[in-house]
Design a binder for this molecule. Structure first.
Ligand SMILES: [Zn+2]
Length: 606
């Protein structure tokens, strides 16, 4: 019989500890220590408590824990000396059926890994969905992680151990993240559509209005219809719009004229984008589409209606890849569509108008203008998004509350000094353009860090026509400066530009600065942020508040209605805009549950 949390919370310590035995390989002390924190509010609460015990136990204990694990497909597996849990996991991953070449490769990696790090390679071989990674995936991950820095790899090993424990706990408690799996499977299905040239290489690229993009829209449309939405349509810019109608409210009209359907009833809007960057990840944007679709699926399945309409929108364009028209999908809903975009051509010379016609869209400005929403019809906008950063992954926290989407400014700059002979120009007589920029780069790093949550990057640093024996006469560079509110960003910008002036003055070099982008910060609406917080808290998951460093569709809706976002932890240090972008069906399940909680709470407020 499956274990219950109630039992763990109430049984004598020794008995509860015995029930949790085998979670952490040969390390019962972790569960025992965590039990001091009873009662646990949820399984994720228990998981997090044990992860904190490991975190606080220090390096020696962590190494001992890692070393208590068997090598992957190693001697222990061959001699059948693994624990029951490990045997099950390694078998599920098909490691017992390695070809001789694969087996040899893994043995060579094992030897190189142990030599470099001093502990065995640990991987949660059951993977993000719990059904097992492919052998090729395991081998590729092994090879990639061999190149990691030792400190990082130690932390990555612990994260994999916590993931193994999460899956073992699910087994023990008979828990399955059913909705998380559902969303995970939809993500896979959608991930199969990719633009030509990328699909053949197994890469995911879906840019605006390509055939793959339209096929993706079709799949989202079918998924919405299959989940019980009342109306689904593809609008004039290619957004897939699904509506789940409010429960009809009693009519004030005379009897016999029926109920007025939804008149005066407001709408909650949610959604995110389904286009991708080139060779991108499967979750960026898409997680914010399928998570609410799963919520509607549950509402429809249980015959539940909300007192407000629920509109889920899969935005057609956010990334600005095929055309320079970033946020086209969400922008159209707030009446922002630059007519000049229609004549913009892609790399193959196809105009946006032609692409729209090819996709069967009306391709007229009138039809696009008609998409503009009336903000007074809406309660607000919420968006779920994968974090796209390492923070939640490092803290072992599955969900994050977004406090603000950072405002940013970008500049393209150039410093010009004097190109001169590298051998004959004494150090005190140089006007080195690159060193001036290097000095600025160090300042940007230190100045942004001082705020705690500002970020500053010099992403391009280029010496045009430079040569090994010439003091750089020119240096072109970019500046990207972001902060959670506009005042903080402006203070950062003014300090950085003042520093650039001072450096150039002192070094006797000139500079130019051209502003290329300025976006206002989008702080979360306090009441909506609060709804996410109570949703996350209801799951027994620790609250973690953070700004969003990346821009999102919510920034656009922010201009006309209140908004707030929820972040979901990414695996692989939260890497994004990269095929390694990943999250688990357990974390997705929590996101679905948080969203359900938010809908329920909003329903009781009405
Ligand atoms: Zn995105």
């Amino acid at each position: 019989m499956a274990l219950t949390l109630e039992h763990i919370n109430t049984a004598p310590v020794a008995e509860a500890a015995a029930q949790l035995d085998g979670l952490y390989e040969h390390s019962p002390w972790i569960a025992e220590a965590a039990l001091a924190q009873r009662p646990f509010r949820s399984l994720p609460h228990l998981k997090h408590a044990m992860a904190r015990i490991v975190h606080d136990a220090g390096c020696e204990a962590q190494l001992a824990l890692i070393r208590a694990h068997p090598e992957l497909a190693g001697k222990a597996m061959v001699s059948q000396a693994l624990t029951a849990e490990s045997t099950n996991e390694q078998n599920k991953a098909g490691l017992a059926n390695c070809s001789p070449q694969e087996f040899e490769k893994i043995q060579a990696f094992n030897a190189a890994y142990t030599a470099k790090f001093g502990f065995p390679f640990i991987l949660a071989v059951r993977g993000p969905r719990g059904t097992g990674l492919l052998r090729q995936e395991i081998i590729a991950t092994f090879e990639r992680r061999l190149a990691n820095h030792p400190d990082f790899e130690l932390a990555e090993s612990l994260r994999n151990i916590h993931r193994i424990v999460e899956l073992r706990l699910n087994d023990k408690f008979g828990v399955e993240p059913r909705l998380g799996h559902q969303v995970w499977d939809w993500q896979e299905e959608l991930g199969a559509f990719s633009d030509p040239g990328y699909k053949e290489q197994g890469q995911l690229t879906v840019t605006y209005l390509t055939d793959a993009h339209r096929a993706a829209a079709g799949m989202i449309e079918r998924t919405m219809l299959g989940s019980g939405f009342d109306e689904v349509n593809i609008d004039a810019v290619g957004n897939v719009v699904g509506r789940y109608k409010a429960r009809p409210h009693p009519s004030p009209l005379p009897e016999g004229e029926g109920e007025r359907e939804g008149e005066g009833v407001k709408t909650l809007m949610t959604g995110s984008h389904y286009d991708t960057v080139r060779n991108g990840g499967k979750y960026d944007g898409r997680l914010g589409i399928f998570t609410p679709i799963a919520c509607v699926g549950e509402l429809a399945r249980t015959g539940t209606r909300l007192p407000f309409h629920f509109e889920v929108i899969a935005f057609a364009e956010e990334e600005g890849q095929r055309y320079k028209a970033t946020f086209l999908g969400s922008g159209a809903l707030i009446g922002q569509f630059n007519p000049a975009w229609m004549d913009q051509k892609d790399a193959d010379g196809i105009s946006m108008r032609e692409a729209m016609q090819h996709a069967g869209l009306p391709a007229t400005l009138e039809a696009i203008r008609a998409l503009q929403r009336q903000p007074s019809d809406y309660l607000g906008f919420v968006e779920v998004h994968i974090e796209q950063g390492p923070v939640l992954n490092e803290l072992d926290i599955p969900l994050g509350i977004v406090t603000s989407i950072n405002g940013g400014v970008r500049y393209v700059c150039e410093v010009s000094g004097m190109a001169s002979h590298a051998g004959t120009t004494p150090m005190n007589r140089r006007r080195d353009a690159a060193v001036a920029v290097a000095e600025l780069a160090l300042y940007v790093e230190q100045r942004a860090a001082r705020d705690g949550d500002s970020v500053g990057t010099i992403g391009i640093l280029n010496v045009p026509g430079g040569s090994i024996n010439v003091v750089p006469g020119r240096c072109q560079f970019t500046l990207d400066l972001r902060a959670p509110n506009d005042a903080q960003r402006d203070a950062l910008v003014s300090d950085v530009l003042a520093k650039l002036d001072a450096i150039c003055e002192r070094r006797g070099v000139a500079h130019t600065v051209e502003e290329t982008m300025r976006a206002a910060a989008a702080p979360s609406a306090p009441d909506w942020q609060q709804r996410w917080e109570s949703a996350v808290d209801s799951l027994g998951v620790p609250l973690y508040r953070m700004p969003s460093g990346a821009g999102h569709d919510a920034m656009k809706l922010h201009e006309v209605m209140p908004q707030a976002m929820l972040f979901v932890r990414g695996q692989n240090s939260g890497i994004s805009h990269n095929p390694l972008e990943s999250t688990t069906s357990d974390d997705i399940e929590l996101a679905v549950q948080a969203f359900q909680h938010l809908l329920n709470q909003l329903a009781t407020e009405h």
